[in-house]
Design a protein around this ligand. Structure first.
Ligand code: SAM
Length: 240
């Protein structure tokens, strides 16, 4: 792992970064978070993250032995679930820190979602866990996902979202905007990163628009649904 970049991820006024500044700030943030990422993930998701990832892998509906790219693999939780389902995953992430903290048997590659170092039509499936909102150019990433999947290949992405139900929305706000930054300071040693995480849902367009943009990149049968009272988005599609 190279030098960890200490660029603040939020502006002085708490503003979310954009463009190249976002790319560098997000990469630096995940490099810093990496050693404590898995522990914090279990805590802030109340242990439900494992269930969400298993659901995404099931939604691929692929035969055992399928070649699956796990985009923005982080410390490799989805790679582990893919292996448990009998698949052959390859993980890609741009954070050297997250890759160094991964505990997986699968091959891991350092690379950017907007320019995947992968030949066209290589994979039967692609997963992406909790990273859509972190990409600078979502359309470039969707178009790379389409390029590296074979026709008929399956796509499944998860991301955090804000529930539409007012009660769930209020509970989500108390947890993610109140408790999570506090836990991030005490356990994750990075309060700013855990203020960024709930704020960053603002980058995601509404689910219907996200689905339309995935379809526009070359996917059919695009579907979106939510899990756990609307707090997690599941987006799936098939390479046309
Ligand atoms: C919230 S973590 C999710 C990690 C893992 N998928 C999981 O489910 O735990 C988001 C990941 O996206 C990665 N990431 C963000 N932007 C990226 C990009 N442009 N290319 C590759 N990886 C990226 C980060 O480095 C980080 O590991």
């Amino acid at each position: 792992m190279g030098a960890v970049v200490n660029t603040p991820v939020l502006g002085r006024d708490g503003a979310l970064p954009q463009g190249d500044a976002k790319h560098d700030a997000v990469e630096g943030m995940f490099d810093r978070l990496a050693p404590r990422y898995d522990r914090m993930n279990r805590i802030i998701s109340l242990g439900l993250d494992r269930r969400w990832r298993r659901r995404a892998v099931e939604e691929l509906g692929l035969q055992r032995g399928a070649r699956v790219l796990d985009l923005a693999c982080g410390t490799g939780d989805l790679c582990r679930d893919l292996v448990a389902h009998g698949h052959a995953p390859v993980g890609i992430d741009f954070s050297a820190g997250m890759l160094a903290a991964a505990h997986v048997v699968s091959p891991l590659v350092r690379g950017d979602g907007a320019a995947l170092p992968v030949a066209t039509g290589t994979f039967d499936g692609l997963t992406c866990g909790f990273a859509l909102r972190n990409f600078v150019n979502l359309d470039a990433v969707f178009s790379e996902c389409a390029r590296v999947l074979r026709p008929g290949g399956r796509f499944a992405a998860l991301d955090a979202t804000v529930p539409t139900n007012p009660i769930m929305r209020a509970g989500n706000a108390v947890w993610f905007r109140g408790a999570v930054p506090l836990l991030g300071r005490v356990i994750g040693h990075d309060a700013e990163a855990y203020r960024y995480l709930p704020k960053s849902t603002a980058y995601l367009p509404p689910a219907a628009e996200l689905a339309a943009r995935l379809a526009g990149a070359g996917f059919r049968d695009v579907r979106h649904s939510t899990l756990t009272g609307g707090s997690v988005l599941l987006l799936t599609g098939t390479r046309a």
